[in-house]
Design a protein around this ligand. Structure first.
Ligand code: C5P
Length: 411
């Protein structure tokens, strides 16, 4: 018998953690082949089944095919001792529920977490993909259609269903896609996420350098650019840690935020995390100097003149760029004049891979919704144009992914 060859998109699955969810439906027998194909594509697979799924196919089948224990109950002290359900939800780079029954889709649409699989779906930030499989009348039912639309609007990927002969003897829409089609569809989801599985560390916002317990030196940075970059990196599939100076912005969904105040705290937070990151993007407007001797008590206004001695802060970006096996580094250069010359000099002097330069002053740059960016690499220049900061952040993330691919470190 000929073994079908994997689709080209399967390459994007290599090394990925795929959690396959199986719900109750006769199509569950095809999921055994799906698990095999995913592993052939180089993915690590774990399987979680609903109780109804177990009536169709034995967990043992999936244990043998996935090479890992199969979970089906939420309250299972032994299984939780191995890999807890929250850990499993975090482990997944994607969840693929195949087959997804009408009942399971309804529970997901309603946000229920009344069994292990629905809990995993709710507790995970990874892309969620469903391969619906059900009788054609159930699929066509307004309730199911309504649930499918609600899920799609939330960003859930729906693979299929296909039309054709059904196990119940009817013909129509509701058949689960074939395993190879599911491998292809999941590969496409990963391929569109250009930083899938990458660890990205980002600094954002201003820093505050204390003069005394109530006063500080700071700058006009709003943090918007850095937060937009964090959001765009997350949307591209990265795991994002955002080290943020004081801002009023909410943390982007799915991003781990560490709040700091001063440059020294930012430095510490970055060096706590830098070893595990592959990309470091410094968007923070770090104060170059801090008061050498911050007063322990509030400074009183006795003297006519007051001098404050300032000392240099560590250059976080330059230090990260100088690490022997450091991450890919991206810095920002906000300049009021001679943008290109200063940006190129800064890139070289700090030893960073890319510098995103923007003009500031005269109402440009800081504390605004839009911005204009030009990115300089050693050999490349990309003008990202003028746009709102979220759009510019998306373009910047694309360029970073291009540069990484060019370097040959693509996933
Ligand atoms: O030298 P300059 O402050 O203009 O460099 C700007 C770039 O360096 C930004 O990416 C900023 O986040 C980073 N930087 C830093 N630590 C500093 C100063 C700047 O990481 N102390």
């Amino acid at each position: 018998m000929n073994t079908p060859t994997l689709p080209p998109t399967a390459a994007a699955l290599s090394g990925r953690h795929v959690l396959v969810g199986i719900t109750g439906g006769i199509a569950a027998y095809k999921s055994a082949d799906l698990v095999r194909r995913l592993r052939e594509a180089g993915a690590q697979v774990r399987v979680a089944m609903t109780e109804a799924a177990i009536a169709f196919v034995s967990p043992l089948t999936f244990q043998a095919l996935s090479g890992a224990p199969v979970r089906h109950t939420l309250i299972d002290a032994d299984a939780e001792a191995g890999m807890g359900h929250i850990e499993l939800a975090r482990w997944a780079d994607a969840i693929l529920v195949a087959p997804a029954s009408a009942d399971f889709m309804a529970r997901l649409a309603g946000g229920l977490a009344d069994d292990l699989l629905s809990t995993l779906c709710l507790a995970s930030e990874a892309p969620l993909c469903l391969a619906p499989a059900m009788n054609r009348v159930m699929w066509k039912h307004p309730a199911t259609q309504d649930n499918a639309q609600r899920l799609a609007a939330r960003g859930v990927h729906l693979f299929g269903p296909a039309s054709g002969a059904q196990a119940c003897g009817e013909t129509g829409a509701g058949r689960m896609l074939e395993p190879m089609q599911l491998v292809d569809a999941l590969g496409q989801v990963f391929a569109s996420e250009r930083l899938a599985g990458r660890q990205v560390l980002i600094t954002a916002g201003p820093t505050r350098e204390a003069l005394d317990p109530v006063r500080y030196i700071s700058n006009r940075s709003s943090g918007r650019m850095g937060y937009a970059v964090a959001e765009a990196a997350r949307a591209a599939g990265a795991r994002v840690v955002l080290v943020s100076g004081p801002t009023a912005l909410p943390a982007p969904a799915g991003v781990e935020r560490i709040r700091v105040e001063s440059a020294q705290q930012m430095h510490r937070a970055v060096f706590d995390r830098v070893a595990s990151c592959e990309i470091f993007i410094a968007t923070a407007a770090v104060a170059d100097y801090r008061p050498a001797h911050p007063a322990e008590q509030k400074i009183k206004k006795h003297a006519d003149r007051l001098s404050i001695e300032l000392i240099r802060n560590p250059d976080i970006l330059a230090e990260v760029a100088a690490l022997p096996k450091g991450p890919f580094t991206v810095g920002f250069a906000a300049e009021t004049e001679e943008l290109e010359r200063h940006a190129r000099e800064k890139r070289k002097r700090k030893g960073v891979d890319l510098i995103a330069a923007n003009q500031v002053g005269n109402g440009l740059g800081f504390d605004r919704e839009d911005n204009a960016l030009v990115v300089y690499g050693e050999h490349d220049v990309w003008d990202l144009g003028t746009a709102d900061k979220r759009e510019l952040a998306r373009r910047l993330i694309e360029r970073i992914a291009d540069a990484l691919e060019k370097r040959g470190t693509a996933p």
